[in-house]
Design a protein around this ligand. Structure first.
Ligand code: UDP
Length: 139
């Protein structure tokens, strides 16, 4: 499987707080190219489907509510070693534990409202990209 693509969302907290530009700037400075991008919204049903893997976790219901609380930016990003390098760029899930200079350390509010999503494997990057983008929207 190709390892040069990952999928990201700028989450509702970061959109609300005016951080779209700042986050895209960090992504581009990090050496990623934007292959596809849209400003969109997850219904509660769609958010539940996207995070289905976490449905037994205690935070699932709140997470679905948060992820459908406002608009998001969804994007497919391209770079060698994209999945791992993007997870380094965004930092730990909990922003209080994220390294200085990472996107979550700079822009996140909390462990739930943590500014950005980043795929955790090449397989999930492909699945998540296809969740938002049809074949003719992906470059
Ligand atoms: N999350 C949460 N509470 C937790 C752990 C995770 O609300 O205790 C949320 C958070 O928004 C996180 C998402 O669930 O980004 C998915 O969790 P995961 O463990 O996959 O973290 P990630 O891969 O996003 O760092």
């Amino acid at each position: 499987m190709e390892n040069n693509k990952t999928f990201t969302m700028i989450k509702p907290d970061a959109v609300r707080n005016g951080h779209i530009g700042g986050i895209l700037d960090q992504i581009l400075k990090g050496g990623f190219k934007i292959s596809a991008m849209k400003y969109t919204y997850l219904t509660p049903e769609k958010a539940g489907e996207f995070y289905e893997v976490h449905k037994e976790r205690p935070f699932y219901k709140d997470l679905v509510g948060f992820m459908s609380s406002g608009p998001i930016v969804a994007a497919i990003l391209e770079k060698d070693n994209a999945v791992a390098d993007f997870r380094t760029l965004i930092g730990a899930t909990d922003p209080s534990k994220a390294e200085v200079g990472t996107i979550r350390q700079l822009f996140a509010e909390s462990i739930e409202a943590n500014a950005v999503h980043g795929s955790d494997s090449d397989e999930n990057a492909a699945i998540e990209g296809s969740f938002f983008f049809s074949a003719f929207e992906k470059f």
